[in-house]
Design a protein. Structure first.
Length: 281
């Protein structure tokens, strides 16, 4: 691990700055994806995967003479241990307290966080398959959808571009069924960014149709009301005229019957019959 012995090896402080992702309970796969190529390129992977066994501490083993090979191994291993510890969050650091070799730390982290990362992946998949746009706008839904996909990337399981388009279209809802169907037959499928822009434009178009239908409905209702008033106009005026006449004649007297109405019915009938006979003569 000494840069002077091999020009392809990096200095220790340079390697620390290259490790930018700190291990937590949800990103073990991403953390290992960052570290493994770096360790292999610096001839350090054999320290953590178990292929390099530590040399005896003393040479000969039964003596108290320090083994130079062991001292070299320990120096390299402790630097690697420091590199691993510098890439841990407090949560992960608590799992490896009082461990003294890079191999021990690596195995403990793998046993602790690999299954958690898998459980996290399953949970995110469930969220992706169950999320719906609901009452939210396309812009709001697309931001939430993208944030969920970013969580897949954080655990080292990025969502494939085609899968992202497929799940986004499925979760837009029935109002976008025609839009989603049209986009799924496009070859090649649009990228996620372009798809969001198209969905936002489709949403605006739908709203414009809803808005433009309101004046038409109001105009139709107004015309119908006007037509009914026009049809009732003459009879209403006649009724009001008759009512006005009756009102003026009945003012202050309640219902004022005419002289014809006050005379007995049989008298009115006899007078009418007499008038008819006179006319016939």
């Amino acid at each position: 691990m000494v840069a002077e012995s091999n020009p392809t090896l990096l200095l220790f402080h340079t390697m620390i700055h290259m490790v930018t992702i700190k291990l937590s309970s949800s990103n073990y796969l991403l953390w290992t994806s960052q570290l493994l190529p770096l360790l292999e390129s610096q001839e350090l992977l054999k320290h953590v995967d178990g292929t390099l066994k530590p040399p005896p501490r003393f040479d000969p083993p039964n003596s108290q003479t320090p083994n130079p090979k062991y001292m070299m191994w320990k120096t390299t291993d402790q630097r690697l241990l420091s590199l691993l510890l510098s890439s841990l969050t407090k949560e992960a650091m608590a799992e490896v307290v009082r461990l003294f070799t890079s191999r021990e730390v690596w195995l403990t982290l793998e046993n602790t966080f690999s299954h958690r990362s898998k459980a996290r992946e399953i949970h995110l998949k469930d969220d992706l398959q169950s999320m719906k746009r609901g009452p939210h706008s396309v812009s709001e839904f697309s931001r939430a959808f993208k944030a969920l996909c970013n969580q897949f990337h954080a655990i080292g399981r990025p969502v494939d571009g085609m899968d992202k388009v497929h799940w986004f279209l499925r979760r837009l809802g029935a109002e976008f069924s025609s839009f989603s169907t049209a986009q799924m037959v496009v070859t090649p499928l649009p990228c996620f960014g372009d798809l969001v822009s198209k969905a936002e434009s489709f949403e605006m178009f739908q709203k414009s149709l809803e808005t433009s239908s309101l004046p038409t409905a109001s105009f139709t209702a107004t015309n119908r009301t006007s037509d009914r008033a026009h049809q009732k106009g003459p009879s209403s005026r006649n009724n009001s005229g008759r009512n006005g006449t009756n009102g003026s004649s009945n003012h202050g007297h309640g219902r004022n019957f005419s002289s014809q109405e006050r005379r007995p019915r049989d008298v009115r009938f006899a007078e009418g019959h007499y008038a008819d006979r006179c006319n016939q003569r």
